[in-house]
Write a protein that binds this ligand. Structure first.
Ligand SMILES: Cc1ncc(COP(=O)(O)O)c(C=O)c1O
Length: 391
């Protein structure tokens, strides 16, 4: 289909919920994507952090091709070999005794499930979330999400959700009480500006939750599966969450999410939660392949190494526009003194796709397999754009 035709038809039917860039992506391989005019880009968006193995990784393609021919759907009211295999490869990678899973289809659904599980296991209502936190846009997840721009049009949301400043233990301490079902946090706030929290903060949250009988939900939808240089970002701080929400990279590009919780919390009871597509063998096969490739190719370690290099190189950019460079592994943000949108546009003109994280932060979420030369090219493009704009 011609580019103009794609724009015309999408324009006619699209929801309007997305601000679209004037490019139609039609093909991807590794860390590269191509548009409908054949233009090539280095992809540091990676489907908003989904394509951790890059686009169309051969192991994922093989796994889903084979599974598609065998069995695509098997409800959770039956057992299934792929699901069993997924649990057996994924559970050993998770911190502590996180060993019970509810499989679903997206990050927001994983957060919904995590909030429901917390209420179910504690019998309490209150949720303590963080300012600048992002947990998705379904009604429950949106209640935990902070940004008023996303929340306002849909209020009233869940009652008894409070937002406290992130990385501020004192503020959390004032809100976590004997009515609190859960505290929900990200280890590195993604959408909120690529803000990593501190070890003392997470240690303190763990202690407060233990003392007051609340559960600690760590939302690893964006930080999970090697993105930050460890399998899960909680592991940087030896943090043992009670519940974790997973999404994005979990299926290597296939839509999937998961809620995982500690064995010691017990099980849900039949009917209290469910999902038609949750735990389908096609997504499970993709996820098994993803976990195996991450392990075989040492991708979390690679993300740690490349991420350290990337942070150093970005700090070297000599531009008054750069306020701060921060991040963990291959989840990196460049905080600017001006709006990020023109920078994103200029990067795209130079063949690099990057994301915003709020109005003034440039976010890079490249696939963990990105070749070093490509990453060097990304740094060069960012440097050129920011140094060119010195005023
Ligand atoms: C930390 C976090 N939680 C939840 C979500 C929601 O995931 P999804 O867009 O798959 O619903 C996101 C998405 O960006 C996220 O970054």
């Amino acid at each position: 289909m011609e580019t103009a035709e794609i724009f015309r038809i999408e324009g006619m039917h699209t929801s309007g919920a997305y601000a679209k860039r004037p490019v139609a992506l039609v093909r991807g391989k590794g860390a590269r994507v191509w548009d409908s005019d054949g233009r090539e880009y280095i992809d540091c968006i990676a489907g908003h952090g989904v394509a951790i193995l890059g686009h169309s990784h051969p192991d994922v393609v093989d796994a889903i091709t084979e599974q598609a021919e065998r069995l695509m759907i098997a409800p959770e009211s039956f057992y299934n070999d792929r699901r069993a295999e997924l649990y057996s490869v994924l559970a050993p990678k998770l911190p502590g005794d996180l060993g019970r899973f509810f499989l679903c289809n997206s990050g927001a659904e994983a957060v919904e499930g995590a909030l429901k599980a917390a209420r179910f296991f504690t019998g309490r209502e209150k949720i303590v979330a963080a300012k600048r936190g992002f947990h998705g846009r379904t009604m429950g997840a949106l209640s935990a999400t902070w940004n008023p721009k996303y929340r306002k049009p849909f209020e009233p949301l869940l009652e008894d959700v409070v937002h406290v400043p992130f990385d501020d233990l004192k503020a959390a301490e004032e809100q976590i009480d004997d009515q609190t079902a859960a505290v929900i946090v990200e280890i590195v706030q993604g959408e909120g500006g690529v803000n990593p929290g501190s070890g003392e903060y997470f240690d303190g949250l763990r202690r407060l939750c233990d003392e007051r009988g609340a559960l600690l939900i760590v939302d690893e939808v964006q930080t999970g599966f090697g993105r930050t240089g460890r399998w899960f970002a909680s592991q940087h701080f030896d943090l043992l969450p009670d519940i974790m929400s997973l999404g994005k990279g979990i299926g290597g590009g296939v839509p999937m999410g998961a809620v995982v919780w500690r064995e010691s919390l017990g099980k849900l009871s039949p009917g209290v939660h469910g999902s038609t597509f949750g735990g389908n063998p096609l997504a499970a096969a993709a996820s098994i392949a993803t976990v195996k490739v991450l392990e075989r190719d040492g991708l979390p370690e690679r993300a740690a190494r490349l991420g350290t290099w990337l942070l150093e190189e970005l700090w070297r950019i000599d531009s008054p526009q750069v306020k701060e460079v921060r991040g963990m592994g291959l989840m990196v943000g460049v905080a600017l003194r001006s709006r990020v949108t023109p920078v994103l546009r200029k990067l795209m003109d130079r063949g690099v796709l990057a994301l915003p994280a709020g109005p003034t932060v440039l976010r890079l979420l490249p696939p963990l397999v990105i070749p070093e030369e490509d990453l060097a090219q990304v740094v060069k493009a960012v440097r050129e754009v920011l140094e060119e704009d010195r005023g």
